[in-house]
Design a protein around this ligand. Structure first.
Ligand SMILES: *Cc1c(COP(=O)(O)O)cnc(C)c1O
Length: 241
């Protein structure tokens, strides 16, 4: 049996140590506990251990799970980030259940998020996902396209969208230099965009997973997304990380 309590404790202390050794302020890195493929009970357990922020990459799964939890425990104050690549027809449900969509990677998605948020009178936080590792398929791959999306937001075309920063996934490799390069690239693009659009909030950098979060923290991550190290291995087929 996975001991979620002790895993959480361990992960949080590793985050604090990584902050410290990187000269970062204590508590400057937030933990998104990635509960994908794990049942509602696992989320409830983690919540009981003090974890209130969760990440899911599939909207349908997240909707079922979090509606169940919120119905069973209306007193819980849970935050949910959507971290997986998002199809347009899933946006309607995504904006209802989530506080933040970390995987915004194209203008079409921004337009749909705006439309669905306007319908329900909700403002939502977003991160721009950047393609920095060769083998990941998702994320903005070129800066001009990214800049165009950001400019439209800065111009006020999407009043229900609150920019918070950037997200990336490093390549899944033991080559730590390639992993680091991916995080550095994300941070550098943030720097450029923050200079061009000083009116927008780009304070968050969501980078780092179970296998690489220490490097991510060294390179400036403010959010780490950790699943396996907390909830254990996931049961599924191929093609997921
Ligand atoms: C699954 C997933 C994670 C967590 O991965 P672990 O290796 O289990 O920590 C983080 N980010 C994204 C986008 C994911 O899909």
């Amino acid at each position: 049996m996975t001991d979620i309590n002790s895993n959480l404790e361990k992960v949080i202390s590793q985050i604090r140590m990584a902050e410290k050794s990187a000269g970062r302020k204590e508590g400057s890195v937030k933990l998104v506990a990635v509960s994908k493929f794990h049942p509602a009970q696992a989320v409830i357990k983690a919540y009981g251990a003090g974890q209130a922020l969760f990440g899911e990459n599939r909207v349908q799964e997240a909707k079922a799970k979090f509606e169940e939890i919120r119905t069973e425990h209306p007193d819980f104050s849970l935050d949910l980030h959507i971290i997986g690549s998002l199809q347009r027809n899933k946006v309607k449900d995504a904006v209802k259940i989530a506080n933040c969509i970390e995987s915004v990677d194209r203008l079409e998605l921004i337009e749909e998020i705006e439309k669905q948020c306007a319908k329900i009178g909700k403002k939502i936080e977003i991160l721009f996902e950047l393609h920095t590792g060769e083998e990941s398929k998702s994320g903005y791959a070129d800066e001009n396209t990214l800049e165009d999306s950001i400019r439209r937001i800065a111009e006020g075309q999407f009043p229900h969208i609150i920019t918070k920063g950037f997200m990336t996934m490093a390549p899944n490799t033991d080559d730590t230099e390639r992993v680091r390069k991916s995080f550095v690239q994300c941070r550098e693009i943030r720097g450029k965009m923050a200079e061009k659009f000083p009116e927008l909030d780009f304070s968050e950098l969501s980078m780092g997973m179970s296998g690489d979060f220490k490097i991510a923290i060294e390179e400036g991550a403010t959010i780490v997304r950790i699943g396996t190290a907390i909830f254990g291995e996931r049961n599924y087929g191929e093609n997921e990380r």
